[in-house]
Write a protein that binds this ligand. Structure first.
Ligand SMILES: [Zn+2]
Length: 314
């Protein structure tokens, strides 16, 4: 099984995305790049560089449904006839054209002012233009296998960055294609999402993410090929670095909670003063993730007041 990395530009602060082409039968592309002319042109030339083409794609597997990962899926499927595969928890994101990632009710519960929610929604609506809904897709779940002529890739469902985020694992040489779940120099944002099982609730993204990382650790991958930046060759060290970073961040989040208690929005404004644009959404997302995790660890207590969750120190 021969795997080629294709690097495609994105308009997002994260920079270019790494796509992986499995040069085997059926010819399979992991993630697609965003729906921009630059990404499409670069993908064409990257495929040509390795002696391939869009028309010869047979299968497209999405690690998750952020726009830089799934944006071109519809167009590539149209031009090649390839099937599109996505985790069952993110099926709606890829086939429903008007899905917005920013959930108003969840942000209201976090104490985000109405004007801010409107602004965040408008910004995400613009980002959503970098993806096109696919006509049909096939869902996969944890432990499913994608079979090739010379081997297979196993789905490892690793919720956290998004609820349906999934890695692909090649057992024979312990190679992991990690999507955004493991990145070399960036900590993936735990983004505020509805719980796929109970959409009225928040998805416990950080708690789930910690479990996912422990699961990856148990696979003992020797090489992790990531979606942004370099490979990770020392997962064990990466894992411990993340745990340290998480407990430091948790401590600073807890310190920001005043005696009388505060909403997630108030804590995030204290933690990340002066952040602008979409980073205000990412900041409140990360703050909620840490507050929920600290609550799960009995370090904070959450109480609801007038439809807003407030945290106090326990
Ligand atoms: Zn992502």
């Amino acid at each position: 099984m021969h795997i080629e990395k294709l690097v495609v530009p994105t308009p997002f602060p994260v920079g270019p995305i790494n796509l992986y082409l499995i040069l085997d039968d059926p010819l399979t592309l992991i993630d697609t790049g965003p729906k921009t002319d630059e990404a499409y042109a670069t993908l064409n030339s990257e495929l040509a560089r390795v002696g391939s083409s869009i028309e010869s794609l047979r299968r497209i597997i999405l690690t998750h449904t952020h726009e830089d990962h799934c944006g071109l899926a519809a167009q590539l499927a149209r031009e090649s006839g390839a099937s599109v595969h996505v985790h069952e928890w993110e099926m709606d994101n890829i086939i429903a054209p008007d899905v917005t990632r920013v959930s108003g009710p969840l942000l209201e519960r976090a104490g985000v002012p109405a004007g801010e929610i409107e602004d965040m929604s408008a910004r995400y609506a613009r980002i959503h233009n970098y993806a096109e809904a696919v006509e049909s897709a096939v869902s996969f779940k944890d432990d499913d296998e994608f079979v090739f002529a010379s081997g297979s890739l196993r789905v490892v469902h690793t919720p956290g960055h998004t609820p349906g985020s999934s890695c692909l694992f090649r057992e024979s040489n312990r190679l992991l294609l990690s999507g955004d779940t493991v990145l070399k120099n960036i900590t993936p944002n735990p983004i505020l999402n509805r719980d796929p099982i109970d959409p009225a609730r928040r998805f416990p993204s950080l708690g789930e993410y910690l479990v996912s990382l422990a699961r990856i650790r148990s696979l003992a991958p020797t090489l992790v090929r990531t979606s942004h930046g370099a490979d990770v060759t020392d997962f064990e060290e990466h894992f411990h670095r993340f745990l340290r970073h998480t407990s430091e961040r948790q401590a600073s989040v807890i310190k920001m909670v005043p005696k009388e208690g505060a909403s997630a929005w108030e804590v995030s404004r204290g933690l990340f003063p002066g952040v602008k644009d979409i980073h205000r959404f990412l900041a409140v997302s990360e703050t909620i993730a840490h507050l929920d995790q600290a609550t799960a660890e009995n370090k904070l207590v959450m109480e609801e007041r007038g439809g807003v969750d407030r945290w106090v120190r326990s």
